[in-house]
Design a protein around this ligand. Structure first.
Ligand SMILES: C[C@@H](N)C(=O)N[C@H](C)C(=O)O
Ligand SMILES: [Zn+2]
Length: 197
């Protein structure tokens, strides 16, 4: 396959950029390993445009998004799968080549004007049934906040993922090419990537 434009956009460059806490650029994640050399939240340009609309709408309520993860290289997805072979919580590259690998998935929570996270059902990457959207264990406040996040994301083209309250896929995500361009190459301004065959 020939290299082609990857069409990924740095979410820090959009209007009203979301807060970022890119957990896989730290050791504070379920792997205990730093998987990205430094933080970077990249998404397909269509997805970035939708996030801009979400941010505009949330700002009117004094709220915003905080991003835990966005685009993820396929090689990183493989490392995650090697650790947690549970398709509810980690995509199996052999089956679907990943969701985040296409720049169409985003892991987010809600923050107030000061950047404080609103109470949500679990912490990020809590791989238990409490993170499921049909969990009966949530408090009314956690449910309200989670449903608010879900509503604004759905309105702008995202599909809530059933097993993780923080994960959203852009509509038709399977139609976008999976990629393995590194976060470093993206930060260095490399504009082309080879789609994974
Ligand atoms: C690992 C977790 N944050 C995640 O992104 N899970 C989904 C299901 C995925 O790996 O695509
Ligand atoms: Zn996710």
């Amino acid at each position: 396959t020939e290299p082609m434009p990857h069409l990924l956009v740095n979410l820090a460059t959009i209007d009203r950029p979301p807060l970022e806490e890119i957990r896989y650029a730290t050791t504070n994640n379920f792997t205990g390993r730093q998987l990205y050399p430094f933080p970077g939240a990249y998404a397909r340009h269509e997805v970035a445009a939708a996030i801009e609309k979400v941010q505009k709408e949330l700002a009117a309520e004094g709220l915003g998004l905080k991003v835990y993860d966005a685009y993820r290289p396929l090689s990183v997805q493989q490392r995650m799968w090697d650790l947690i072979q549970d398709e509810r919580y980690v995509s199996n590259p052999a089956k679907n080549k990943g969701r985040h690998t296409r720049g169409t998935a985003i892991d987010v929570t809600l923050v107030d004007k000061l950047g404080n996270e609103l109470p949500m059902p679990t912490t990020f990457d809590d791989f238990t049934t409490r993170a499921h959207r049909d969990s009966k264990e949530w408090t009314p406040e956690q449910r309200k906040n989670s449903l608010l996040l879900e509503a604004v994301m759905k309105k702008h083209g995202f599909i809530p993922y059933p097993y993780e309250w923080w994960h959203f896929d852009f509509a038709d995500w399977e139609k976008y090419p999976p990629l393995d361009i590194s976060i470093k190459d993206l930060a260095d301004g490399v504009k082309v990537a080879t789609p994974v065959p």
